[in-house]
Design a protein around this ligand. Sequence first.
Ligand code: CA
Length: 224
Amino acid sequence: MKILVVEDEAALAEALSEILKRNKYLVDAVYNGEDGLSYALTDLYDCILLDIMLPKMNGLDVLRALRKQHISTPVLLLTAKSDIEDKITGLDSGADDFLTKPFATGELLARVRALTRRKGEVITDEFTYGDIALNKSTFSLSCEGEFVKLSLKEYQIMEILISNPRQLISKERFIEKIWGYESDIEYNNIEVYISFLRKKLSVIGSHVTIRTARGVGYFLESGV
Ligand code: CA
């Protein structure tokens, strides 16, 4: 899960990023509305935390511009106080929820969880596909009672694959989602992680396979 934080108060942006990272989210933080909009338009995020009062472009304008471009990423608006006017305008502009500053960590996480939950998804610590289950809390991959532990990067790659089964995910997309734009990671690093994951799938005796699509990317197949 990848979250975009758009907040110009550097200390708050950092605190939000820290809390989210500690709870295993990937986080990008930007400090003005223009950057917020250009990052959000990549459609790489599962949720956006958006401050309203921002330099260059305010949060409500960012939100309207996003919805106009048909970016439907859930947006949690950060409001300075319990301002009814902001809330009404925010809802009209396409916000999904609000968080009033200052807020408790528990409330922040609960709201992010609610927004990133897919429709009809059961609240669980696991992603499942074919004969495998991927546990979000323990980073373990299991198949019929056999478990194997994943490293952070292996887990992040597997989470993207298992959330989009049978869909081709390009190497660029893995890099953008996990390492970010400014990273100098190379495609063969992804190949190495994929080969580790394939070994682990075989260790637990799963029929699920990570298929390669002509050097473009990868997809998950249940194999049954
Ligand atoms: Ca602000």
